[in-house]
Design a protein around this ligand. Sequence first.
Ligand code: ZN
Length: 191
Amino acid sequence: MNYCSECGAKLVWKIPCGDNCERFVCESCDKIHYQNPVIIASCLAHFEDKVVWMQRAEQPRKGSWVIPAGFMEKGETLREAAARELFEETGAVVRPEQMMLHTLGNLMYTDEVYIVFRAPLMSETLACGSEALHAALFSEDQAPWDNIAYPVMEDYVRRFYRELAAKSFTIYIGEFRESGNWIQNIALGLD
Ligand code: ZN
């Protein structure tokens, strides 16, 4: 970030008055340009013992598999964002009122907050969108673990398959740092 989006003046990297960390500050119009973590919303859409996955059509990690997820847009609720991403990339439809919280992940190395819901799939019909090469329903045995886009996902997705089999779900909060592993520090029993 070099120039102010409000007035076009050159930005200065400094601690604003009354603050305690450095920010991009416009000394012409006084606007402080905050940079905060972004929210990524995702949904584990399930049918019997299977979960909806998609194969990435775009870089990075083109050809690898993920659970659909994407950036939350302004004006959306979390559930709307997760349902939209799921539908755009796989054609899978879930009902917002059936979406339950599953995992909160703090990705410290990318400054992202990952919020994962779970919801039953309304129909098995899938149709992949422009960002997907394929959309598919996989059981745990069929899932492409050896070609997963983000290894950090394996932990919570495998956990979800176990929960599906047991029909008993929890909410997890995890933190992931570049040098370390996913830490499950809270597990709340739900149903
Ligand atoms: Zn300015």
